[in-house]
Ligand binder design. Structure first.
Ligand SMILES: Cc1cc2nc3c(=O)[nH]c(=O)nc-3n(C[C@H](O)[C@H](O)[C@H](O)COP(=O)(O)O)c2cc1C
Length: 184
């Protein structure tokens, strides 16, 4: 797929299944992160690769975070949290990893980490994989952040769910591009 097709046609896929993408596909995805715009080339990101049984460990952490926030959470809600990482064979925890720099404020580093995440979404799509960027309150939850080993300077910018497209993909609509661009 050429680059413009990937940029113009990408869409998110919520329903994903195995198998885990091939090593070559994974390396293409990981490498794509590194062409994100990045002021001072700080590479202000890191990624946790969650596959196989580690997804269950992540689910346990989500459940623990849910209960820590709300001790009255019912069993159904707890199991729902526990099952979230099982929605794809691969979950990439995308982390903005702030590196103090005199010219690059934190917001720019967060934006770079977001751009790296978007690049990986596009690289997944370009290879025929399905992917979806998710956050929800779990991305900002202290129990989840601690359990994943984030430092105080770090933020989860997204959980990237990646796998085989399971079901249809959604109909793309033609955006009203021009209305978002004003000649100034
Ligand atoms: C930072 C960020 C967090 C997101 N979190 C969620 C989420 O938790 N749940 C969800 O359904 N969509 C979430 N989305 C939106 C989807 O990833 C997706 O972009 C949206 O459904 C629109 O679909 P599209 O990517 O095919 O245009 C998030 C997007 C971004 C950029």
């Amino acid at each position: 797929m050429n680059a413009l097709d990937a940029l113009h046609l990408r869409s998110s896929v919520p329903k994903l299944s195995g198998p885990l993408p091939s090593q070559e596909m994974l390396e293409n995805i990981y490498k794509a992160a590194f062409s994100a715009a990045d002021h001072a080339v700080l590479k202000p990101w890191r990624f946790l690769v969650v596959t196989g049984g580690s997804r269950e460990k992540l689910g346990d952490l989500f459940a623990k975070a849910g209960v820590a926030k709300d001790a009255s959470l019912n069993q159904g809600a707890i199991e729902k949290l526990r099952g979230k990482p099982l929605r794809a064979p691969l979950v990439l925890v995308c982390i903005s990893s702030y590196k103090p720099h005199p010219k690059v404020p934190e917001i720019e580093q967060d934006l770079s980490a977001g751009a790296a995440t978007q690049n990986m979404l596009l690289a997944a799509f370009a290879q025929g994989l399905g992917a979806m960027w998710r956050t929800g309150s779990l991305a900002y939850d202290p129990t989840v952040k601690n359990g994943l080993g984030l430092s105080v300077e770090e933020k989860i910018v997204g959980f990237l769910y990646i796998g085989t497209i399971n079901g249809g993909t959604k109909q793309l609509y033609e955006p009203d591009v021009q209305s978002y661009f004003q000649v100034w």
